[in-house]
Design a protein around this ligand. Structure first.
Ligand code: SF4
Ligand code: SF4
Length: 280
């Protein structure tokens, strides 16, 4: 064996670094959570909402099917006859009491599947935590959408842009009968604030990603893609510069937010001080 082949053999362990070096120039997969978040898919299961029709009436008819199907036994519903003068829902009855205990919910969404009127659907918001058990039990006050058709936002919930959009898209991916010919074909009622929602196309050709908010995997997971799938601005030195610029912009926004908070606090201190002086 010659000197060169000996040397090559001795240094062959460097081959093990090839993959590591390749990944040095690839975009980061990690995010600065919770400041940054990845976009959510239409089928993301989040906390529920109780929907209303476009005329403002509640969709829930108090049939208790959702409570019956719930495997965690965490829904409590009581129906009541609609008052003839002021009906709450278009049905004979409406959901008088409606509660979901989120300490038990396993986010299976069987309740959503069981509901005959599409009253209960899920938003994409799953980032919430409680400091007491009472807050974990959502009643109608928290679950029914507001007059704009938007979900109520509790102080302990971290809502971001888009978390209340396309709330029920996932359950509409296929036709109820499983017949692909009806996939994405509208067969449901409109919702307050949103009108008739577009069905998700699922696996067929019949899909409109702009309307449903579906994202292709390559848009969501750039770090897992092959080089040819990645936009050149995210690769190599150019990629580093792009990411540095993005991070710089992000830091700038955070600095500005911190400065605004400080200014607001100072103003409040001044007001408090003057109030204390006036009170003396
Ligand atoms: S998502 Fe599942 S566990 Fe949660 S309330 Fe609905 S049926 Fe029950
Ligand atoms: S949410 Fe749906 S399934 Fe549950 S009680 Fe209301 S109408 Fe019935």
């Amino acid at each position: 064996m010659g000197f060169l082949s000996d040397l090559r053999e001795d240094l062959s362990f460097f081959g093990g670094f090839k993959l590591t070096i390749q990944h040095l120039t690839r975009p980061r997969v990690t995010f600065q959570y919770p400041e940054e978040k990845k976009p959510k898919q239409p089928r993301q299961h989040g906390r529920h909402v109780l929907n209303r029709y476009e005329d403002g009436m509640e969709k829930c008819i108090g049939c208790e099917l959702c409570a019956g199907v719930c495997p965690a036994n965490c829904i409590y519903v009581r129906g009541l006859d609609n008052p003839p003068d002021h009906p709450v829902s278009p049905g004979e009855r409406y959901g008088f009491v409606y509660e979901i205990n989120y300490l038990r919910c396993i986010n299976c969404m069987l309740c959503v599947e069981a509901c005959p009127t599409e009253a209960i659907t899920d938003s994409k918001m799953f980032e919430f935590s409680f400091t007491n058990r009472a807050d974990a039990i959502y009643t109608k006050t928290e679950l029914v959408v507001d007059d704009e058709g938007r979900p109520q936002k509790m102080p302990w919930e971290d809502w971001r842009e888009g978390d209340d959009l396309m709330t029920s898209g996932w359950m509409r991916a296929t036709a109820p009968a499983g017949n692909a010919a009806y996939e994405g074909v509208t067969q449901w009622s409109g919702e307050l604030g949103y009108g008739v929602r577009q069905g998700e196309g699922g696996q067929s050709e019949n899909r409109d990603d702009t309307v449903t908010g579906s994202k292709l995997l390559r848009d969501l997971l750039p770090g897992h893609l092959l080089k040819e799938d990645i936009d050149p601005v995210h690769l190599g030195v150019q990629g580093r510069v792009t990411r540095a610029k993005k991070q710089g912009e992000f830091n700038k926004v955070r600095l500005e937010q911190a400065r605004d908070r400080l200014v607001a606090k100072r103003a409040q201190w001044k007001i408090d001080k003057e109030n204390r002086k006036a009170a003396k």
